[in-house]
Design a protein around this ligand. Sequence first.
Ligand SMILES: Cc1cc2nc3c(=O)[nH]c(=O)nc-3n(C[C@H](O)[C@H](O)[C@H](O)COP(=O)(O)OP(=O)(O)OC[C@H]3O[C@@H](n4cnc5c(N)ncnc54)[C@H](O)[C@@H]3O)c2cc1C
Length: 437
Amino acid sequence: MNAQVDVVTPDAQRCKSYYTATLNQETNYPRLQGQVSVDVVIIGGGFTGVASAVELAERGLKVAIVEAKKIGWGATGRNGGQVTGSLSGDGAMRKQMRNKLGSEVDDFIWGLRWRGHEIIKKRIEKYSIACDLKYGHLHAAYKPAHMDDLKADYEEAVRRGMGDEVTLLDRSAVRNHLDSDLYHGAIKNMRNMHLHPLNLCIGEAKAAESLGALIFEHSEVLEIIHGDKPAVVTAEGRIDAKQVLLAGDVYHQLEPKKLKGMIFPAMGGIVTTEPLGELADQINPHDLAVYDCRFVLDYFRLTADKRLLFGGGANYSGRDSRDIAAELRPGIEQTFPKLKGVDIDFQWSCAMGIVINRIPQLGKLSDNVWYCQGYSGHGIATTHIMGEVMANALTGSLEKFDTFAGCSHIKVPFGDVLGNPMLAVGMWYYQLLEKLR
Ligand SMILES: Cc1cc2nc3c(=O)[nH]c(=O)nc-3n(C[C@H](O)[C@H](O)[C@H](O)COP(=O)(O)OP(=O)(O)OC[C@H]3O[C@@H](n4cnc5c(N)ncnc54)[C@H](O)[C@@H]3O)c2cc1C
């Protein structure tokens, strides 16, 4: 049992995970040495940085990505792989954006919800990226009270023309989709997708490279130099650019005066079981990705080689868990009693960037230095939307950028000391409210 476990995320290499074990091809980009000049330099080689690079390179700009570790090393290469329309912070967005957008705010948010799917789907096709793309998702009611929310979401989807893609399932219908007694119902959504995120990100990096982008790994940016001609500086090199985009999410420590206390790490753990063979078809015959409706939720799906990939909980102390498999096994066995005693082949964890009001943070640090971060656990689709928003902004179309940049965010004083305890208390409060439902 627990054959191959490794939660270590060594400094400059990838953690041992199902995703790294099934990479199409490892990256081998050079370290930045000497001086380079480009139009836009992007700090961070996760989905935010890489998706923005593709967008900018497609618009004909000379781009460089500078990544401290490896392309896709952060949350991008270690997440649950679920591409869903659940936009983090949509409630807060609706409130804050209403001033600017008026009655169009609901349409704006509905459009955003699905824009990332379009971008990802087209990019996979255009650049022939092999990343195990599959369609189909269940948003499952963990408590009877969750059904009211699901019903409202279903009705909105039908009203907005998605009737062919969504189905509201009652308890017995869920049993036809999952060999589990756990859920009281679900929305089945065939527009939502699941995929191998690390292979997607590396495929997108190659696409950017094919369009002329320069990519550097093992090159931590130590400083951003502001001014008419901004630059980023690493231990061995420097890139001068017309514009800089900071896309390091919760992993960067840059620009503390403006950005410290804005985003906080929550650690999420994921495991994959041994390959399940025919058992996989019994427990999840339609090969759907699933997450439940709780504030801190469990999520799972089958991988291409029919392992169960299962993630859940989150640790708001900002520290890693010691034994992720032991923490997640009860959830797996409660969901699928047939998997009692199943071997866990991989376990890993990663920090995700949590923003207090959950609205992605977009802004400017100076005239030509921009930042984009904070997806609170729902980043695959959103990073791709933001890649487009940022590329538009950097090339002069500021409308959507301004809508996000106009949102106000809480900046926690002494954020490095107080931020995570505050987050933990907030989460505890929301989980308590949920228990009382
Ligand atoms: C356990 C877990 C499960 C998740 N599951 C899902 C899911 O199923 N669906 C979903 O939509 N979202 C999910 N997410 C969220 C999603 O993975 C993230 O929101 C998204 O990947 C963030 O991408 P990013 O590029 O902004 O950040 P990251 O992927 O974290 O990349 C930031 C990069 O910047 C680099 N960097 C930082 N500082 C510097 C510097 N100074 N110099 C150079 N480089 C630097 C880092 O090394 C890193 O590679 C999950 C997250 C976690 C942790």
